[in-house]
Design a protein around this ligand. Sequence first.
Ligand SMILES: Cc1cc2nc3c(=O)[nH]c(=O)nc-3n(C[C@H](O)[C@H](O)[C@H](O)COP(=O)(O)OP(=O)(O)OC[C@H]3O[C@@H](n4cnc5c(N)ncnc54)[C@H](O)[C@@H]3O)c2cc1C
Length: 381
Amino acid sequence: MKYELIIIGGGVWGCSAALTAVRAGLQSVLLIEANPGIAQESSAKAGGIVTDLVWHQDDVRWVRRSRQFYEEALALSGDSSILQRYGMLTLADPDRAALLRMRAQNLVEAGIQAEIWDYRHIQDTYPELDRLAPDVTGLWTPEDFHVNPTAYSQAVFQEARRQGLQARLGSRVKVLEPRSNEVIVHCAEERLTAERVLVTAGTWSRKLLNTAGIDIPLRPYRVQLSSLNFADGYHLPMVWDLASDVYLVPDGPHNLLAGDGTRLSEFNPDNYQTTGDDEFLANIADQTVQLMSLAETAGLRSSWAGLCGGTPDRRPLLGQVAEKVFVATGDQGFGVMRGPALGELACQVALGQAQAPQLDPLRQPYSEFPIRPGFTLEDEI
Ligand SMILES: Cc1cc2nc3c(=O)[nH]c(=O)nc-3n(C[C@H](O)[C@H](O)[C@H](O)COP(=O)(O)OP(=O)(O)OC[C@H]3O[C@@H](n4cnc5c(N)ncnc54)[C@H](O)[C@@H]3O)c2cc1C
């Protein structure tokens, strides 16, 4: 049997691509995922922040479209863990207040709700943030939400299955062999044939494509998160403190995710430390306490690390890389908020229904380019 499309990798991007493929009317689509379950790698480790990015018109569109995917998955599955409408408060000291105002203006111009809050307004609304300096400026973006990318991917995967998607879970693709009119996909136990293949293998995508002699400019880097427990609960939205680069994400009434620990060097997706390192744990506790005294009583529940995919220009890598072979990767740390839209676009490109020449995965050769954090407010100007 020859599949019309094989998608390799069942995270947020691959599952969104799979749903797009079956909705496009394809009769034989196969999703192959190395783990026994859906979305257990980077997608399971994310903070889950969905906020509007206004660095580029593409980003504005991708986040808007991804929001629709999340809303639809919530409506389809009824799983309330998929999406929480917390809103986000971004904090800046006087040095960066002008940047924050600029972001607010850019958001409003893009049709997105945004308000500048002064110290008093922040204190009245979220008194738990009791360690802020009186000259702090806040940006309130009420439409920002938190998603559970694993619950989303599972809901989308189930919907795609209902519409005819076939799946191999717990099956790792070892080698890709593109030929002129088809692609041979070698797994441990079997050899499959497809008219075309879409690789959505996250930070493994470069390794997998290397087996077909294809090299893409992707460098995986490590990002850490911790989960703090507040026995008596707390009242906070999502918070991003620009001065320390710490972000906080509510995770139920008692647990709060706290992150900042990006390590800007290349890591091997098959061999990296998947728990938070000592330096990260020491710093994150201190930094959280500098925002709120309540954190002094919080306990550390757990910590983990996952990988993000860095690219030379920090734009995604999406498109054709060989005869019948396509890829979508290079999240640069923002692959939950843009992933559903990019999965959809990648599928449409693989099916010849859309073009994305500006995202050509081979637009630059692989090199040890400097890994830079996703984007910063300065990039918005
Ligand atoms: C700590 C942390 C916090 C983050 N916070 C945010 C956030 O708040 N907001 C945001 O937008 N983004 C965030 N991100 C980034 C986000 O997690 C990723 O961009 C996103 O999950 C990428 O999804 P993906 O589907 O491309 O990759 P993945 O979820 O990694 O999926 C790829 C899949 O491919 C499978 N695979 C790989 N190789 C093979 C093979 N050979 N055969 C079969 N299957 C294979 C893997 O098992 C995996 O399931 C964060 C990342 C980390 C690590």
